[in-house]
Design a protein around this ligand. Structure first.
Ligand code: ACO
Ligand code: KIV
Ligand code: MG
Length: 513
């Protein structure tokens, strides 16, 4: 049971967050995020939906085996197959394993999607919770689309699932439809009309379709909810979920009117946000609260003057409290491993000795080209060098000639399954020529969905960071990233990164190929 003023933080970055288009993560990536979420000290992390695929099953299992202190949840529909599969993956976490089962309770979902009557939904929910409770006392039930559910029926379902053994009952705003006052009334209604409500924790799960997910979650907390479901950077289905960093920092900053506590170690917020962006390629907008690049920047003269006199004139929380620290040691080509490792740790990258060596070599190469290495450069090196997938296609060397006169031509040499292969191709521009050469060498037909290029830091010696989205044969959107001071090389790396992900997925799902 949560204490009256403690809010359980249930992070669903690895499940609902992963439902963001393009945010699919492989097992290794999920483990990295899970380890970082553990550093952040979330109470529960939802690691996936085990019935969804063998990959997701393995990811939940690995997270359950790896994570030491947080509870690990796995989602399941309200049927025996999903629940059994979920527990098969979660059992490795012992009593920290949580089965999270759900079924929709709104008329619109029952009629059109489930094609079930009220009674059938009620019976199915109860049976599912009983089955889950046969495995573990740690059972969460979600009434999907609770906000659009008739309240007497919602209360009936919640009472029945608590009787059946649910220890957490979640009241999701699945479609991001509610507003704070209405959501607060729903929580109050359930507290008044569900006679056994004190036997379970009330949880909230808000989507951000109207930009109200955080406000709605806070209103629910004030009304009596004691678990908030949220994601890093607010990623998730459609417009996303309630953002963890926003809800946690609001509770921390407004203790005067929100006397609630979380156990989140807020100094890990920025590294966690960056790690997620690096892995998924989904960047946060600069003006995003808490983790946006401008969240602690002061541009206007009057503001700058105020901050110089007294920071609290314009800063309601310190950058340090969310893990934005001033880099005291300047990293450059004369830096050694100690300073390098120390900085990586501060940025949340806890690497093996082998990974450090790889990253260090890359750091020195970059330091030879660039005066100063910033945190963003280090994040890019880690994304490029350490978080990368096993490589079927390795970029050996490349050369591109382009300009306003000659037809752009790319000469690219790759090592494919251990054998060097080289070609030269002309294109409409240097990137087009490079991609055509790579396509020819790898025999890839994956359509290019998008390509973007940006600079990691300021200055003409900045690293270029490229993102490529390809469509795999099975229709998945696959994202590749690459960073290099030469943006054409960064483009080639991003393209190959996406192709390697596709090749890795094919090898995992069709080992014989
Ligand atoms: C609000 C949410 O975020 S819910 C979570 C959403 N996340 C996902 O869906 C991602 C993972 N999903 C998947 O991989 C697939 O959808 C699977 C494996 C779960 C199911 O795949 P399929 O068997 O091909 O079914 P499909 O997804 O097309 O349809 C869903 C089926 O589940 C049923 N269903 C939906 N929710 C529930 C539920 N909570 N309990 C029981 N059955 C449900 C639907 O009625 C439909 O049944 P039908 O096949 O008899 O018509
Ligand atoms: C599965 C449930 C909790 C969900 O994601 C939703 O209703 O949005
Ligand atoms: Mg959701």
């Amino acid at each position: 049971m949560a204490q009256a003023d403690r809010i359980i933080i249930f992070d669903t970055t690895l499940r609902d967050g992963e439902q963001s288009p393009g945010a699919s993560m492989n097992i290794e990536e999920k483990i990295r995020i899970a380890q970082q979420l553990e550093r952040l000290n979330v109470d529960v992390m939802e690691a996936g939906f085990p019935i969804a695929s063998d990959g997701d099953f393995e990811a939940v299992k690995k997270v359950a085996q790896t994570v030491k202190t947080a509870q690990v949840a796995g989602l399941s529909r309200s049927n025996n197959m999903d629940i059994d599969r979920a527990w098969d993956a979660l059992k490795y976490a012992g009593e920290r394993g949580r089965i999270h089962t759900f079924i929709a309770t709104s008329d619109i979902h029952m009629q059109y999607k489930l094609k079930m009557s009220e009674q059938q939904v009620l019976d199915t929910a109860v049976a599912a919770v009983k089955r889950a409770a046969g495995y573990t006392p740690n059972v969460e039930f979600s009434a999907e689309d609770a906000v659009r559910t008739r309240l007497p029926f919602l209360a009936k379902v919640i009472k029945a699932v608590i009787e059946a053994g649910a220890t957490t009952v979640n009241i999701p705003d699945t479609v991001g439809y509610t507003i704070p006052s209405e959501y607060s009334e729903i929580i109050h209604y359930l507290k008044e009309h569900v006679s056994n409500i004190d036997k379970a924790i009330i949880s909230v799960h808000c989507h951000n379709d109207l930009g109200l997910a955080v406000a709605n979650s806070l209103a629910a907390v004030q009304a009596g909810a004691r678990q908030v479901e949220c994601t890093i950077n607010g990623i998730g289905e459609r417009a996303g979920n309630c953002s963890l960093e926003e809800v946690v920092m609001t509770l921390k900053t407004r203790q005067d009117i929100l006397p609630f506590e979380t156990d989140v170690i807020t100094e890990h917020i920025t590294p966690t946000s960056k790690l997620l962006s690096n892995i998924t390629g989904i960047l946060v907008q600069p003006n995003k609260a808490i983790v946006g690049a401008n969240a602690f920047a002061h541009e206007a003269g009057i503001h700058q003057h105020g901050v110089l006199m007294e920071k609290t004139t314009y800063e309601i929380m310190t950058p340090e409290s969310v893990g934005l620290t001033q880099n005291k040691l300047v990293l450059g080509k004369h830096s050694g491993r100690h300073a390098f490792i120390d900085r990586l740790k501060q940025l949340g990258h806890d690497l093996t000795r082998e990974e450090i060596e790889k990253a260090f070599v890359r750091f020195k190469t970059l330091a030879d080209m660039k005066k100063e290495i910033f945190d963003e450069d280090l994040d890019a090196i880690i994304a490029d060098e350490v978080l990368r997938v096993p490589e079927t296609f390795v970029l050996q060397q490349m050369n591109v000639s382009s300009g306003s006169f000659a037809a752009p031509t790319a000469t690219v040499e790759l090592v494919i399954n251990g054998k060097p292969k080289k070609t030269a191709v002309m294109g409409d521009g240097p990137v087009d020529a490079t991609f055509k050469a790579i396509k020819k060498l790898t025999k890839s037909n994956a359509p290019l969905l998008s390509f973007s290029v940006g600079a990691i830091t300021g200055g003409t010696d900045a690293q270029g960071e490229c993102t490529v989205r390809l469509q795999s044969e099975d229709g998945r959107e696959v994202l590749g990233q690459g960073a290099h001071p030469d943006i054409i090389v960064a483009s080639a790396k991003a393209y190959l990164n996406a192709l390697n992900k596709i090749a890795g997925h094919t090898k995992r799902t069709h080992p014989a190929l």
